[in-house]
Design a protein around this ligand. Structure first.
Ligand SMILES: [Zn+2]
Length: 247
């Protein structure tokens, strides 16, 4: 006897979802890899039994996600190419999600502290002299007394992301770079909202030098401690996102 239990409504997948799931399956089982070209739009539409406009829509979604590159596929009939390096898909999504309030300022703060304390302590072990020289160069540029908030924040981002890169962990530096780019506007607004941003900039400069010194001395504990203080300090002073809990 049949009962109402155990039955689930059949999922009606949209065309682009079905096309995506076939491509995903091929990537997961190794039949498709980064750098490969998909069949031409005409051939692929025929193989999948979908119209060319439907296929084009699917490819646009995959392009926005950073999975395929249509332009580098060699024209309309050259077939989209599977991308081998992370593009701006993640950062664009994250930016919108933050703007829509999916994550709070505290979520961002805590995630930054987690990623950056790990990065700084790992950088103390793994970074090279060349990394230190590049980090020092960024800090020297930040010392420009006439620097404006936008450029100061760009270099600040570059400094933090460069530390993450020096760990050799590509995913951590991608996550950090994406997160910093996504909160770019809030960071600049926080600087501009300060009564005396140049005074804060002096504190930031000093904190950066302390972080770099600990990394150079291979002192992982200090490097992690200093970066955590640095991030917390700025969120308090700048009231980033306007929702940082006091105390
Ligand atoms: Zn900083």
């Amino acid at each position: 006897m049949t009962t109402a239990e155990g039955w689930e409504p059949v999922q009606r997948l949209r065309t682009y979802e079905q096309v995506m799931s076939q491509i995903e399956e091929r990537i997961l089982d190794g039949r498709l890899k980064a750098g490969d070209h998909l069949p031409s739009e005409r051939d692929l539409a025929q193989l999948l039994g979908v119209s060319r406009p439907s296929l084009r829509e699917s490819l646009r979604v995959l392009e926005a996600l950073g999975v395929v590159d249509i332009r580098r596929g060699g024209g309309a009939d050259g077939g989209a190419m599977l991308v081998g390096t992370p593009g701006p898909g993640f950062v664009n999504l994250l930016k919108l999600q933050l703007a829509l309030g999916h994550f709070s300022a505290t979520d961002v703060l805590e995630t930054r502290v987690a990623l950056e304390t790990w990065s700084c302590s790992e950088a103390a072990y793994r970074s090279t002299d060349a990394d230190h020289a590049e980090l020092a160069e960024i800090l020297d540029l930040m010392d420009d007394p006439l620097i404006e908030t936008k450029e100061f924040n760009r270099l600040d981002t570059a400094f933090h992301v460069r530390i993450a890169e020096s760990t050799g962990n590509a995913l951590t530096s991608h996550l950090m770079g994406s997160l910093r780019t996504a909160i770019n506007r809030q960071m600049i607004e926080a600087y501009e909202g300060l009564a005396d941003w140049r005074a804060t900039a002096q504190v930031v400069r000093h904190e950066h030098r302390t972080i770099l010194e600990s990394i150079k001395k291979r002192d992982a504990t200090e490097a992690a401690r200093f970066v955590s203080l640095h991030i917390h300090d700025f969120y308090k002073t700048g009231n980033v996102g306007g929702t940082y809990p006091t105390g």
